[in-house]
Write a protein that binds this ligand. Structure first.
Ligand code: GZL
Length: 328
């Protein structure tokens, strides 16, 4: 129930108008009703992201959160958004599984005068008025941080001329996280004559799928020097398959494993050297979304696009103290 009608009633009352007989007195405190369509629960990162959203958009903070887990299907997200519109929520928050396919349903939200806030991943639409704001990571920058680290590390090891065989395990194809992280690696392969992409497979951001594709790749018995995984879950699945096939995973005399997310699990693999590099992707986006809604409630200006600052960790610099101090 959108709170505007109650707001008008309040204004009429304050202006000395009397409510028509039988009109309910407006309730003192009205919760802001938010419909949140989440991608799924495919990774530790996603679980932390959901927890952050639930904590920020809780009743104690003045929200009624209607949560939907799309189980990594866009159709389920579209269905959830239509349900939020029918429930006349005040805001829709969407973490879009992929960048395309949103114009029609977001036009329905716009026609219903419901602001849409994108979180985590972004969308590609011709009409950018279909969403009010985006808050998330700069995925291209994350990928560039990874390939710059790899380039410098190989330079330190004197491995700038020998052929470097790279396996690329991508995230959910068409997601902005995958597009940005993949683009950085593909650009770097084009600009390094000795870097060879010997396999590029969809790992769908899950440990299980990455294990499956890596198991097939190691059967081809090629020399593998680097495995570039687009999240921690994929890195763990790839390492499971590599170690089962007799490979060592480390920066010194094994396979260099690159990962993204820097969750607690991923950083522990970094601490024992099995992940060489882990680029942070901050899932704690709930407070940013709450700030955007708060500004909109006050009619204050907001930025259309906000990127969250992120860093990286590697097997040389990570410590147990750093891991213990982190929230996820
Ligand atoms: C990134 C996010 C990605 C994470 C994965 O912002 O969309 O989705 O990197 C998650 O762990 O599945």
């Amino acid at each position: 129930m959108k709170r505007l009608t109650i707001w008008v009633a309040c204004m009429l009352t304050l202006a000395g108008c009397t409510l028509a007989p039988g009109t309910a007195e407006p309730e003192d405190s009205e919760l802001i009703v938010v419909g949140f369509s989440q991608v799924g629960a495919e990774s530790e990162w996603r679980v932390a992201n959901t927890e952050s959203m639930r904590a920020a958009l809780c009743e104690a903070n003045g929200y009624e959160l209607i949560y939907d887990d799309a189980r990594q299907e866009q159709e389920n997200q579209i269905r959830a958004i239509r349900s939020f519109i029918q429930q006349d929520v005040d805001y829709i928050v969407l973490s879009p599984i992929t960048e395309s396919g949103w114009s029609s349903i977001l036009q329905e939200a716009k026609s219903a005068d419901i602001p849409v806030i994108l979180v985590d991943r972004c969308i590609e639409v011709a009409d950018e008025s279909l969403y009010t704001a985006y808050i998330g990571s700069d995925f291209s920058k994350e990928g560039e941080m990874a390939v710059q680290w790899l380039d410098a590390q190989l330079e330190r090891q004197g491995r700038t001329k020998e052929p470097l065989n790279i396996v690329h395990i991508q995230g959910t194809l068409g997601s902005s996280a995958q597009i940005g992280r993949s683009g950085a690696l593909e650009n770097a392969v084009r600009s390094h004559a000795n870097w060879r992409l010997i396999a590029q497979e969809d790992g769908d951001f899950t440990r299980a799928k990455a294990y499956e594709v890596m198991t097939d790749i190691v059967k081809k018995d090629a020399q593998i020097d680097v495995v570039y995984c687009e999240n921690d879950g994929e890195a763990l699945g790839a390492i499971d398959a590599l170690e089962q096939a007799g490979y060592k995973c480390n920066v010194w005399d094994g396979v260099i494993v690159v990962a993204f997310d820097a969750t607690n699990l991923g950083l522990n693999y970094c601490l024992d050297g099995r992940i060489s590099l882990n680029v942070e992707c901050n899932p704690l986006q709930g407070p940013y979304v709450a700030d955007i809604i708060s500004a909109l409630e006050q009619g204050a200006p907001i930025e259309k696009v906000q990127h969250i600052d992120e860093t990286l960790f590697d097997c040389f610099t990570i410590t147990q103290q750093i891991i213990d101090a982190r929230a996820y």
